[in-house]
Design a protein around this ligand. Structure first.
Ligand SMILES: Cc1cc2nc3c(=O)[nH]c(=O)nc-3n(C[C@H](O)[C@H](O)[C@H](O)COP(=O)(O)OP(=O)(O)OC[C@H]3O[C@@H](n4cnc5c(N)ncnc54)[C@H](O)[C@@H]3O)c2cc1C
Ligand code: SF4
Length: 326
């Protein structure tokens, strides 16, 4: 690993100033960043350790929960208000990584973790995300875990965060602080598709700090669920996952939100499938129609066509379970 400088500011403004210089990066739990630096995938001149900043709080307000960027994944998953008012969020976190990592890793770091494409993480291969213009071996190579939607000829990696899938369905807001001031970014606007610049994954400006996320609570958030399908039961990224929020009235769907993980470079909302379900009973016909709508436009690669059927089954499974809940 290359030598780098290290600072540990105690105030948010000081941290933002320290990270504004080129080559600087924030470090929270370090469970992602340090691995990437050790593997030579990323190099930084200065690490700004944000663990002394006052960003740990989980604040329960009447209509939302505000979660500090430094709250740990395990802590958020165990919080009683998160478990009862936004169970999809608690479940997405509990289905992420291992207990040790969840105790260490913070909410902000989880949201900007890099993808798990093996070519990206092995500096022996070219990769447009690591080195723009060098090529994308995943397009013709091993692409079982790659995208069905939203990829480009430059990159087909999927987003790795389970938390992000739940926040997409919950229509959360990302709170940030930069040298130009504070921003509130709607979750749907936070991530970027790869297009011809796959190295740019989100709309954070250089040195901009995530200070927290705000999760609206209410009937939809309270009746929500996360289903993660993976190759083994523990310690594994999603092959396909789905976050769902549902309300019903008179035996029919009143409102529904669905976001998939493991299928696109960002947590993938399926508004067409949601529209199919509104006003209909949750029966076999409406679930099949919603599943058709969710997978319409999928563009499988050589090895990931099986994910289309997994998406259909995940959608059916998660909504059937939610439909049974009183
Ligand atoms: C074996 C293993 C299995 C895993 N499995 C899963 C899984 O199943 N699901 C899943 O979702 N994740 C999984 N992960 C990823 C894990 O959740 C992330 O490593 C972790 O959430 C990153 O958080 P951190 O605080 O350690 O981030 P760090 O490593 O400290 O930082 C990660 C990135 O975020 C930036 N950053 C950190 N905080 C902020 C902030 N407040 N504002 C702006 N930028 C910031 C850093 O500069 C860095 O670029 C796994 C990781 C490992 C090692
Ligand atoms: S899919 Fe993206 S991350 Fe993977 S090799 Fe191609 S450019 Fe790199």
């Amino acid at each position: 690993m290359r030598a780098f400088g290290y600072v540990r500011p105690r105030a948010t403004e000081e941290a933002v100033r320290a990270a504004a210089t080129p080559g600087a990066a924030y470090v929270a739990g370090g469970t992602e960043l340090l691995n990437l630096m050790k593997d030579g995938v990323q190099a930084h001149d200065r690490l700004v350790d944000i663990n002394a900043l006052p960003l740990n709080d989980i604040e329960v307000l009447p209509d939302r929960i505000r979660i500090g960027a430094l709250a740990r994944m395990a802590e958020v998953a165990a919080h009683p208000a998160v478990r009862t008012r936004a169970p999809v969020l608690a479940s997405a976190l509990l289905n992420s990584a291992s207990p040790q990592i969840r105790n260490m890793a913070a909410i902000g770091g989880n949201l900007v973790q890099r993808n798990r494409c093996g070519y990206f993480r092995d500096s022996g291969f070219p990769c447009n995300k690591r080195q723009p213009g060098s090529g994308c071996p995943a397009r013709s190579g091993h692409n079982r875990m790659h995208a069905l939607f939203g990829g480009s000829e430059h990159c087909v990696a999927v987003h790795a965060s389970d938390l992000a899938v739940s926040l997409q369905a919950l229509e959360a807001t990302v709170l940030t602080q930069g040298t130009a001031g504070a921003r509130r970014i709607a979750f749907a606007e936070f991530y970027r598709l790869p297009g011809d610049s796959p190295q740019v994954e989100h709309v954070l400006r250089p040195g901009e700090l995530i200070t927290g996320v705000e999760v609206p609570t209410g009937a939809l958030a309270a009746r929500s669920r996360y289903l993660k399908l993976r190759d083994r039961e523990s310690f594994e990224f999603a092959v396909v996952s789905v976050a769902a929020c549902l309300t019903q009235r008179g035996g029919r769907v009143r409102e529904v939100r669905l976001a998939f993980g493991g299928v696109a470079p960002l947590p993938w909302r399926v508004p067409e499938a949601e529209a199919v379900l509104r006003g209909r009973p949750l029966d076999g016909a409406s679930l099949a129609a919603a599943a058709d709508a969710a997978v319409r436009g999928a563009r499988p690669l050589a090895h990931n066509g099986f994910k289309v059927e997994l998406m259909r089954r995940a959608l059916t499974g998660v909504l059937t379970e939610l439909g049974r809940q009183r």
